[in-house]
Design a protein around this ligand. Structure first.
Ligand code: NAD
Length: 515
């Protein structure tokens, strides 16, 4: 326990790796490796916290990929025959196992992705929540009974498992996104084949090791939850092109989703796309500004601005713009940036050097356009930056684009219609919010003329969705829905069944044929 309170990457790694099934390499002190079954090139994973080597992982070759798909396919054939509530029991056990390792897996998320401790643990909590949800769902995968127009006939709709579902995930939610997909897919009777981000292979190995243990304890083929590690151009492309994968659920940038969507559509497969956001909060004159400030700061700087739902723009009524912006600048000045293992830190590092450069490039572009940096934007040592607040115009290309870093663009408005139009005038459509205590304004924001996003919140920021609702967004965010509500239907195939229990063969639409 004392060890787990440490702020040293190597001390934490040493304490948690064995518990998470990651092997240690003694030859190089302080270096640990998660061995994995691929036979391709070695991937060295460094922690964004201090750059130290966390582990080395062998990636999959095309041959390894073929073996993994075949194993998942075989596992699927047995898994689909298990009654759904029995599948739910396996998912429930997985949730229980996660409860026991919440601290350790959460810390691994911190080591590998650089999230602060609370957010690392929060991600594991999200996995637990979706396991609970999926367990309940395993007794609720019901269809409809529909009135038939023919006498002596019964018509109904039932849902069948799909097959092996491919899961491509992004670095910023290295474990939760897999759980959202795999827990639902599993109770639906599908096997899953996961291609995690090559930036977060160790958390993926830990999740799968745990799934393996749980499956074996239930006498289930562990290949129901399969893993292939490798980059987009090799393993990702194989998965998108693979006719044995009826559904590819892909989370990541719009650039990646455009490619995956195209490839999967060409072979008439299905894709579920969860892509980039460009989320805004409207702050109305009647807003509770204390609440709005907390929501904007958490939304814009939480996870160092590396959430798909991060707040990227605020649209503030002109009458309160100066006052509200000043209060944000003051809050930003107090932000503790640094080692995410340290209690009290609120902003950890960006994932890698490329992310730091992308932030610097965006800020340079803003200046070129004539924008004013009101606060932050500095580059600290390593992958650390100071979150930025910038006055900008919505139609600048840099503002229209999702820069995956803590940059908050501020703009003003005079009428609510103008604010909503600004909020919608971006290519992405993930999350949106309004802070207001005026019921009319709130309802306008939620009306058909209001927000065009998949998520619309009132007096809640743009990030931090609950798993009970369907999660996802419109336009270039890809249109997919995951997690709660009826998102499970994406993981199954719908079948319309008509049964004739009469002695005749009446045809639909009253057609007579050779009578
Ligand atoms: P990324 O697009 O660089 O990579 C995401 C995944 O796609 C990785 O596993 C990568 O290897 C894979 N990939 C890349 N090219 C591919 C190809 N040609 N074929 C198949 N797979 C390919 O994204 P990232 O930098 O890891 O994550 C950040 C992005 O993800 C942001 O845009 C963020 O908004 C988005 N995101 C969206 C959601 C959501 O639910 N909407 C959630 C998390 C992250």
């Amino acid at each position: 326990m004392t060890m787990l309170k440490s702020t040293s990457v190597s001390a934490i790694a040493k304490a948690i790796f064995p518990k998470l099934g990651l092997s240690q390499v003694a030859t190089n002190p302080g270096v640990f490796a998660g061995a994995w079954g691929g036979s391709g090139p070695v991937l060295a994973k460094h922690s964004p916290i201090d750059g130290s080597l966390l582990g080395r992982v062998r990636q999959a070759t095309p041959g390894d990929y073929e073996l993994a798909v075949a194993a998942a396919q075989k596992a699927f054939l047995a898994w689909r025959d298990l009654p759904a509530p029995k599948r739910g029991e396996v998912v429930r056990s997985y949730g229980e196992a996660l409860r026991g390792l919440k601290q350790e897996l959460g810390l691994l998320v911190t080591l590998e992705a650089g999230k602060i401790r609370a957010e690392g643990a929060g991600e594991v909590q999200e996995m637990i929540d979706i396991c609970d949800f999926a367990t309940g769902l395993s007794r609720q995968l019901h269809g409809l009974t529909i009135a038939s127009e023919r006498p002596g006939h019964r018509m109904m709709e039932q849902w069948q498992p799909l097959g092996v579902v491919g899961i491509i995930s992004a670095f910023n939610f290295p474990v939760a996104v897999w759980a959202w997909n795999s827990a639902l897919a599993a109770v639906c009777g599908d096997a899953t084949l996961w291609k995690p981000s090559e930036k977060t292979p160790l958390t993926a190995i830990a999740c799968i090791r745990l799934a393996e243990k749980v499956c074996l304890a239930h006498g289930v083929d562990p290949a129901v939850f399969s893993l292939v590690i490798g980059d987009g151009p090799t393993v990702g492309e194989l998965l998108s092109h693979d006719g044995l994968i009826p559904l590819v659920s892909a989370t990541g940038s719009t650039r990646m989703g455009r490619r995956v969507g195209e490839v999967v559509a060409k072979r008439f497969g299905r894709s579920l796309l969860e892509l980039g956001g460009n989320n805004a909060i409207i702050v109305a004159p009647s807003a509770d500004l204390k609440l709005a400030k907390r929501a904007v700061v958490f939304g814009a700087v939480g996870t160092a601005g590396q959430r798909c739902t991060s707040t990227r723009r605020i649209i503030v009524h002109e009458s309160i713009r100066a006052k509200f912006t000043e209060s944000l600048v003051a809050a930003y000045r107090q932000l503790p940036v640094g080692n995410p293992l340290k209690p009290g830190t609120l902003v950890g590092p960006l994932i890698d050097e490329a992310a730091v450069e992308a932030m610097q490039k965006a800020l340079a572009e803003v200046k070129k356009q004539g924008g004013r940096i009101l606060q932050g934007g500095g580059r600290l040592k390593g992958g650390y930056v100071t979150p930025a607040i910038v006055e900008a115009r919505n139609d600048w290309p840099v503002v229209q684009h999702e820069t995956f870093a803590p940059i908050l663009y501020v703009m003003g408005y005079k009428t609510l219609a103008e604010a909503i139009a600004l909020q919608n005038a971006v290519p992405q459509g993930l999350s949106s919010a309004i802070f207001t205590t005026d019921l009319r304004e709130a309802e306008q924001f939620l009306s058909a003329r209001g927000s065009d996003c998949g998520i619309a919140n009132v007096n809640i920021g743009t990030s931090g969705a609950e798993i009970g609702g369907a999660f996802g967004g419109e336009k270039e965010t890809g249109g997919g829905r995951e997690s709660g509500s009826d998102a499970w239907k994406a993981y199954m195939r719908r079948q319309t069944v008509t049964i004739n229990y009469s002695n005749d063969l009446p045809l639909a639409q009253g057609i007579t044929f050779g009578d």
